[in-house]
Structure formats: structure tokens, C-alpha cells
Write a protein that binds this ligand. Structure first.
Ligand code: NG6
Ligand code: CA
Length: 518
């Protein structure tokens, strides 16, 4: 009776209390009721062997190890390409990069290579109610041709699905050496406009080639155009002095923006693509990290990147978001020591193996080109485990779509959410690997690399590219380091692999070869 009276008298209050209770439950009960935040942290040129959890011993990466050991640590996680632009293109579009002939390493003046009509990862997430942001390295082109850096630069990240964008246009070694916030060069003053050119220098401007006395970092190959901060770059630029970045502060700049993005958007589901610039050239760790690895700037930059990841995790924790955030960490391609400057990476390497036990490195069709550290961490939701399933970054599109409740799928992207979450080990059956426009096939335990002309060794970077006059066939289960070419002793397997390769590529090998070597 009393109860009835209560409900009659306070009917509306009782109802609103009930809805408060159900909301709170939804908040605690992460994925089923509310959408988790998604953070993709993407390092630049970090190798399979550069992380403690993947076997590095001299190099300490406690925060990456926490993600790897507390989540799913993939041993067969792949970037789609052995270089940056194509890998990032596939990550954001769910499409293999070799389907787009513009998806190659781009100059800082290149137009945007993602069609603004194309479906993208951030667009798809936006449709499902996510706020979307990118902080860090872009390298997918900006504008439509001739860019005026003194106006809003468009189309760019905002036009392909990002609500917020704080980026460097291309790479740290390329002009323009400025940040853009939602298309506008940050800190630019009207009376000192910024100009960029990749063909010719601006009259009177010093270059690495002619003005070695102005360079504090010495170039080894390439990297001898405009000088900023004592570092000669690829590409020419003039003016925009107030907007030029300080290389040693770049990690702090990006981290600060990423943290602010999280703090400002914590009440809605958000997606953050945090694209670290380390350990790509030029390696300019902040003074706080100089000497921290004992391996010179490359090691120090990795220690710095690891610290950035730790700080970002702390922010998620402080904001009470860690249990409702899926964190994915990986790298856009494999490692390189000397990519164009003298910086002691080779001299101070000691016994550290950036590629771990894998053959090759950045630019290579061998495994170290594309197989990278890759882990998925979600506190309280993902059980710690090691997964040997094959998972490519191109699969993140469809897998995250499933997580966000979207039916949209990427053209080459397999929906492998359970694999990502560690509840299944059924990964991809096969995968096309790409390195500087050459392609190969991974299928099951096997890798087939078709014959390619061109040098076997890229001498300047000292990396085996995977080129050979012969077909190459490796069984990764028995031969992790790809030392025994079984193409001659396993002719049936070879034929099967060629057939699968041609089927996926949609063209005969001979035509592919001509296409890529012209
Ligand atoms: C190469 C650069 C290299 C690096 C790379 C892009 C020369 C000689 N080499 O052309 O230093 O910038 O492009 O790297 O210029 S990536 O990780 O962004 O793909
Ligand atoms: Ca890269």
C-alpha cells in the first residue's frame, strides 16, 4: 500500500530516477550499451624489433609493452605498404593502396589523394555519432594542385571526415615545416607569407647543397634543399618565419593537441588518429630524451614516442575514459637506420635489431617492410594474449565499422573485429604486400615474391628490397627470416600462389610486371 502511494505521489520522479540508473549502467557497461572511444596511435618507421614486447632488450619501451602485454599482441600484424603514404591511404579508406596509383611517397606540395566523395574511416565513424580528429603526420596530400599556404588549404583532413585536424602536411624532412590546424597554417603572420616549391629554390634562399655552414644536421642522400632549424629538408620554402615549427618540440606539440582533443570531447564518443612522427627522419628528440637510449637519436626518439604514448594513456585514465577506449598501436612501415642524414643510428646500434628476426626493412618486399608491432588494448574488455592471426591495417576499417554498429565495409577490408578483440584467431587467409609499387602475396604460412628488376640492395639505406630475377617462395613457419627460397623445390605451391596473386590483383603477372617496371 505504502509503495503504491509512493509511486502515485512521486510517479514522475520515480520514472526519471529509473532512467538515470539505466544511463549509469550503460556508462559502466562499455561496449554493449555505448560506443567506445577509438584511438589509433600510428608510429612512423618503427620496426618489428623496436619494442620490448617484441623482443627489444636494450631499448626500453614500457608504455608500448603495457599495451602489448595487457592487450592483444599480434605477431602477424601488417601495414599495407613498406612506405608511409600508401599505408596511411589504406588505413583511412579500407582500400589496398596499389589500387590508387597516386598512393606513393608524396612531396609536401602534392594534392590530396583521397577523393572527397570516397568513404573513409572517420566519415564512417562520424555517421555513427563519433567526433573525429587527427593529430600528427598527414602525408596524404593537401589541396587540388597549386596550394596557397596563406589561405585555408583545402581539401584536406576536414574534407575527408575529420572534425578536427592538427597536422604536419607531409613528413618532418619535407617542406613546409609548419603545422596546419583545420587547414590554416598555425602562427602565420600576414606580412611574411609562406611559399613552397618542389621544383626550384627561391632566389637568395640558402640550401643544404650550397650552405653546409648553416646545417647542424648533415645530409647523407637527398635532403639538401631549404634549411630550417639547421636541418636541410626535401623541398624549398620561403617566409612564414613565425609559423615554422621547432623540431625538438614537435612531440610535445602533438601530444598536447591530442590530450586537449580528448579532454574537450570526452562527453561524446570520439575517434582520434594520433600519428606520431617518430622515429622518422630527421630524429630530433627533445632535450629531455637526448642520451636516454644510449643508441643515438633514433633510440632516443623511440623512447620519446613511448613516453608520449604513456602520457596519452594517463590522460585517458585521468579523464575516466580508459575502460571505454579501444587503443590500437602500430607503425606505418618497417625500420630504416640511415634514411638520408648522418645521425649515428648505424654507429650506435650495437646489437639492437630494429627488424627483429625479420628480413629487409622499410621499402622492402621482405617481411620487415610491412610486418610491424601491432596491438589492441582495451582495459577490462580485451584479455591479454598473443595472436598469430594475420591482420592488416586495411582491415581496421571494416572491423571498427562493426564495433561502431555500422554496416559500411571497406573495399579490401575484412571484418575481423573478433580477431582484433582477441576472441578469435581466424585472421586473414591472404594478403597482398606492397613496397614502392611492387606487390607480393602472403597466404597462410607462405610468401611469394614475383621477379622484379631493380637492385637487390638499396645501397644508400642498406636495405634488401626483395628484388630478384627469380620467383621467391618462403615458408614463414619454418623460415621466419626468409633465407630459403623454395620456388624451385615447391613448384605446385608456387603455381597456386601465382594464381591467387593474379586473382586478387585482377591481372596476369606479366602485365603487373610491365606496369610496375616502366
Ligand atoms: C624518401 C626519402 C626518405 C623519407 C621517405 C618517406 C630521400 C632520399 N629519401 O624519398 O628520407 O622521407 O621518402 O618516408 O629523399 S615515409 O616513411 O614517409 O614513407
Ligand atoms: Ca613511414
Amino acid at each position: 500500500m505504502e509503495k503504491r502511494t509512493f509511486f502515485t505521489a512521486f510517479g514522475s520522479i520515480a520514472i526519471s530516477m529509473l532512467s538515470v540508473v539505466s544511463c549509469t549502467n550503460a556508462g559502466n557497461n562499455s561496449s554493449a550499451a555505448i560506443k567506445p572511444n577509438i584511438v589509433i596511435i600510428y608510429a612512423d618507421d618503427l620496426g618489428y624489433g623496436d619494442v620490448g614486447a617484441y623482443g627489444a632488450t636494450r631499448l626500453k619501451t614500457p608504455n608500448l609493452d603495457m599495451l602489448a602485454n595487457g592487450g592483444v599482441r599480434f605477431t602477424n600484424g601488417y601495414a599495407t605498404s613498406a612506405t608511409c603514404t600508401p599505408s596511411r591511404y589504406a588505413l583511412l579508406t579500407g582500400q589496398y593502396p596499389w589500387r590508387n596509383e597516386d598512393a606513393k611517397i608524396l612531396p609536401g606540395s602534392a594534392p590530396l589523394i583521397i577523393d572527397t566523395a570516397q568513404m573513409t574511416l572517420p566519415k564512417m565513424l562520424k555517421e555513427k555519432g563519433y567526433y573525429t580528429g587527427v593529430v600528427g603526420k598527414w602525408h596524404l596530400g593537401l589541396g587540388t594542385g597549386i596550394v596557397d599556404w596563406n589561405q585555408r588549404v583545402s581539401p584536406g583532413p576536414n574534407e575527408v571526415g575529420f572534425d578536427y585536424a592538427y597536422i604536419m602536411a607531409a613528413t618532418q624532412d619535407r617542406t613546409p615545416t609548419v603545422f596546419l590546424e583545420n587547414g590554416l597554417v598555425e602562427g602565420l603572420e600576414k606580412d611574411d607569407p609562406l611559399f613552397v616549391d618542389y621544383e626550384k629554390n627561391f632566389e637568395g634562399e640558402p640550401t643544404g647543397l650550397d650552405n653546409a655552414e648553416l646545417c647542424t644536421m648533415k645530409w647523407h642522400h637527398g635532403h639538401n634543399n631549404s634549411i630550417h632549424n639547421g636541418i636541410p629538408r626535401i623541398g624549398f620554402q620561403k617566409g612564414g618565419k613565425s609559423a615554422l615549427w621547432v623540431d625538438e618540440d614537435m612531440a610535445d606539440d602533438f601530444l598536447g593537441k591530442a590530450q586537449r582533443y580528448i579532454q574537450e570531447n570526452k562527453t561524446k564518443p570520439f575517434f582520434l588518429y594520433y600519428a606520431l612522427q617518430q622515429p622518422h627522419f630527421p630524429r630530433t628528440p627533445n632535450q629531455r630524451f637526448v642520451g636516454s637510449s644510449g643508441m643515438g637519436p633514433r633510440g632516443d626518439a623511440i623512447v620519446e614516442a613511448d613516453w608520449c604514448v604513456g602520457e596519452l594513456i594517463k590522460t585517458l585514465e585521468t579523464e575516466g575514459l580508459l575502460e571505454n577506449t579501444l587503443i590500437i598501436f602500430s607503425s606505418d612501415n618497417g625500420p630504416v637506420l640511415n634514411d638520408g642524414y648522418y645521425d649515428d643510428a648505424v654507429e650506435k646500434l650495437g646489437d639492437h635489431k630494429p627488424a627483429g628476426p625479420l628480413r629487409g626493412g622499410k621499402y622492402s618486399l621482405f617481411e620487415a617492410g610491412t610486418r610491424v608491432p601491432f596491438m589492441a588494448y582495451w582495459k577490462g574488455k580485451i584479455e591479454p594474449m598473443v595472436s598469430d592471426a594475420i591482420f592488416s591495417h586495411v582491415d581496421l576499417f571494416s572491423s571498427l565499422a562493426k564495433l561502431a554498429g555500422s554496416e559500411t565495409r571497406g573495399p579490401d577490408s575484412q571484418e575481423l573485429l573478433e580477431v582484433l578483440m582477441g576472441t578469435s584467431q581466424q585472421g586473414r587467409e591472404e594478403l597482398i604486400l606492397e613496397a614502392t609499387s611492387r606487390t607480393a602475396l602472403r597466404k597462410g604460412d607462405w610468401v611469394m615474391i614475383p621477379p622484379y628488376k631493380g637492385p637487390a640492395l638499396q645501397t644508400q639505406v642498406n636495405i634488401e628490397l626483395g628484388n630478384s630475377k627469380e620467383f621467391q617462395l618462403y615458408n614463414l613457419k619454418e623460415d621466419f627470416g626468409q633465407q630459403n627460397n623454395l620456388a624451385k623445390s615447391e613448384p605446385e605451391k608456387l603455381q597456386e600462389m601465382i594464381k591467387t596473386f593474379e586473382n586478387i590483383r585482377g591481372t596476369k603477372f606479366e602485365e603487373i610486371e610491365q606496369l610496375e617496371l616502366k
